[in-house]
Design a protein around this ligand. Structure first.
Ligand code: GLU
Length: 304
């Protein structure tokens, strides 16, 4: 497979497209990003790494962090975790309050905000120093001890977190939140404000492509059964209310964030990350989705 040529083709195609998406503005700091940034990094289990563009520049991973927090929570807890958060696609926007009211404070899945806030609550209850242990977990997965949060993004979201505060309050009223609301928001916004590059994300996601262990490591970070489950949730719930469209066009499990990043995984083959800040109306990176669709089409490698 000539991955180099395939990425060059995608690069040329993307350069010729008009990007009609919009950068996220509801977190003011995210609105400052240059919309023309584009990076792509492909990390194959047995054929090496290929990339182009701004693939080594760090950006705000936002909701992509929900995969790491879920994974960490799954290492600390068994199936009882899924009594507090379901595993069904929501079909609603990521920050919707409506479904939560109907469904008595049990979020549809761990990748919508309500679900990730329950996972934050679990991590706060289980870990002695949640923020430190979370960032160390991400550093370990990516093999890079310099990974950190972006303080400006953190402060910007903290002072604009009214909807997330409403979600936690609603869930607390149903008895699905144990800790103080401010502590949960603080932790959740911390995890969303981590900055990573495409190359670092592709590395950190290796465990999902390799049954729970990084490509060149014997160390099992999570069991293969749990890896299967995280991948299944990425496949069905990783793209807001556009998970069906992503599956249809790209055919891989993955997770996107409002910072414009998307990470996708082909179990047994590769991980791939794209970053392009302008989002489509459903909140997924417009050109990122295009690039991934072209990758699975040109390689013939999707999970379907
Ligand atoms: N921190 C963002 C929020 O809670 C994450 C959203 C996202 O990337 O989907 O609104």
């Amino acid at each position: 497979m000539d991955y180099k040529l395939i990425l060059q083709t995608i690069k040329n195609e993307v350069a010729a497209l008009e990007n009609t998406g919009n950068v996220a503005t509801y977190i003011p700091e995210l609105a400052k990003i240059d919309p023309s940034k584009f990076g792509m990094h492909l990390n194959c289990i047995s054929s090496g790494e290929f990339n182009f563009g701004d693939c080594n520049e760090r950006f705000s991973i936002q909701s992509i962090s929900k995969v790491f927090s879920l994974t960490l929570a799954m290492t600390l807890m068994g199936d009882e975790l899924f009594e507090r958060v379901d595993v069904e696609p929501s079909g609603d926007p990521f920050n919707s309050l409506v479904q939560l009211e109907y469904e008595q404070g049990i979020p549809r899945n761990p990748f919508i905000n309500a679900g990730a806030l329950v996972i934050s609550d679990i991590l706060i209850s289980k870990l002695e120093n949640p923020k430190k242990e979370f960032i160390e977990f991400v550093r370990k997965l990516s093999g890079n001890p310099s990974i950190d949060i972006n303080e400006s993004v953190f402060n910007s979201e903290l002072s604009n977190s009214f909807r997330n505060a409403a979600l936690v309050n609603l869930m607390k009223s149903f008895g699905n939140i144990e800790n103080a609301i401010e502590d949960i928001l603080d932790f959740y916004i911390y995890q969303c404000s981590v900055s990573m590059s495409c190359a670092e994300l592709s590395k950190a996601f290796e465990i999902y492509a390799n049954s729970g262990a990084s490509f060149n490591s014997e160390e099992q970070i999570i069991t293969s059964r749990k890896t299967k489950r995280v991948n299944a949730i990425m496949q069905t719930c990783g793209f807001y209310d556009e998970a069906g469209e992503f599956s249809f066009r790209v055919g891989l499990p993955g997770k996107s964030g409002v910072g414009g990043g998307i990470v996708a995984v082909h179990p047994g083959q590769y991980t791939v990350t794209v970053w392009s800040p302008p989002l489509n109306p459903k909140g997924n990176s417009e050109l990122g989705m295009y690039a991934l669709e072209r990758l699975t089409t040109l390689t013939g490698l999707s999970i379907f």
